[in-house]
Design a binder for this molecule. Structure first.
Ligand SMILES: NC(=O)c1ccc[n+]([C@@H]2O[C@H](COP(=O)([O-])OP(=O)(O)OC[C@H]3O[C@@H](n4cnc5c(N)ncnc54)[C@H](OP(=O)(O)O)[C@@H]3O)[C@@H](O)[C@H]2O)c1
Length: 283
């Protein structure tokens, strides 16, 4: 166990940056990386939540933690990131933020400004962080990049059409980077996360089936905990280009890939509509 911890630190330490770290899966990554001895740079908009987390991790794991209030959809993202990573020997970047950007309605009924914000968070943000931090990792000759995507990336779905398309960008970008960077000793993985109990998902009113909650939920949607997602994803860091946490999610993707495209889109759309309490079919 200690030797596993040491080799993880040597490969991905001494510093890791988590974009979207104040709660949910990002917070679980922070906890699990601190437990492996890595120093952390945590980004999100809510700096109070980050500061409380940093204090807790520093106390329990004796690691260094820096917090930065950064809006990953901001026009100034590039210059903010330059300042944040200046003089830091980063070994790992996890781009996690993205869930709360989901605008759940018919594409044409969503305000264009909201759809554009989703593109900025799930495409523009990963583009900038992967480009800037990727250069540092390639030069030092080891490290990792993890882009947190979603099962939604595997196909178009009514009511979340734009969100699905942006999540595909992350998975496809990760695959190309995996091919380009593995020769330099840099691991890249795109992680397609399925339903996960996070504060953002709960706030969005997603009805999940869990062991504690079988009523008022969609029994078809089995949710994982954010700790389980983070732990499986970290174990798969060197096994890119694609990883799907949860055996039930891996089986679900396999099954959907074996049926005609139209049927798969219908199936996903009907499930999403039911989860969101929307009408299906649309007309
Ligand atoms: N939960 C699920 O069921 C589920 C399913 C499939 C995929 N995923 C994926 O898993 C990842 C994490 O999802 P999540 O449910 O934990 O929700 P999330 O809304 O992505 O929140 C995660 C973190 O991102 C930060 N964040 C959100 N928008 C930001 C912005 N504009 N700038 C900076 N930080 C921002 C949040 O903090 P602040 O609000 O303080 O900024 C929070 O710390 C996402 O990529 C999501 O697409 C989740």
């Amino acid at each position: 166990m200690q030797s596993e911890k040491n080799s993880f630190f040597e490969r991905y330490g001494p510093w890791a940056l988590i974009a979207g770290a104040s709660e949910g899966i990002g917070k679980s990554f922070a906890e699990q990386l601190a437990a492996r001895g890595l120093n952390l740079i945590l980004l999100s908009r809510n700096v109070e939540a980050l500061t409380a987390l940093a204090h807790d991790l520093q106390t329990r794991y004796r690691t260094e933690v820096q917090c930065h209030a950064v809006d990953l959809t901001g026009d100034d993202l590039e210059s903010r990131i330059d300042k944040v990573i200046e003089n830091i020997d980063l070994g790992l970047m996890i781009y996690n933020a993205g869930g709360s950007s989901m605008v759940a309605d018919l594409f044409l009924d969503c305000p264009l400004s909201d759809l554009r914000r989703t593109v900025r968070l799930n495409c523009h943000g990963p583009l900038i962080l992967a480009h800037k931090i990727g250069q540092h990792l390639r030069q030092r000759g080891h490290g990792g990049i993890m882009l947190i995507s979603a099962l939604s990336a595997f196909g178009g779905t009514a009511y979340v059409a734009n969100y699905c398309a942006t999540k595909s960008y992350e998975l496809v970008l990760a695959q190309g980077l995996w091919a380009e960077l593995r020769g330099y000793g840099v691991d890249v993985v795109g992680v397609a996360v399925g339903a996960t109990i996070t504060p953002a998902a709960v706030r969005a009113g997603m009805g999940f089936a869990t062991q504690q909650n079988t009523q008022d939920s969609n029994p078809l949607v089995q949710a994982m905990t954010s700790d389980a997602v983070a732990s499986e994803a970290l174990a798969a860091l060197s096994k890119g280009p694609l990883f799907i946490p949860g055996e039930h999610n891996r089986m679900g993707v396999e099954q959907l890939q074996q049926i005609p495209l139209e049927t798969a889109i219908e199936y996903r759309s009907a499930g999403t509509a039911s989860q969101l309490g929307k009408q299906w079919p649309v007309l």
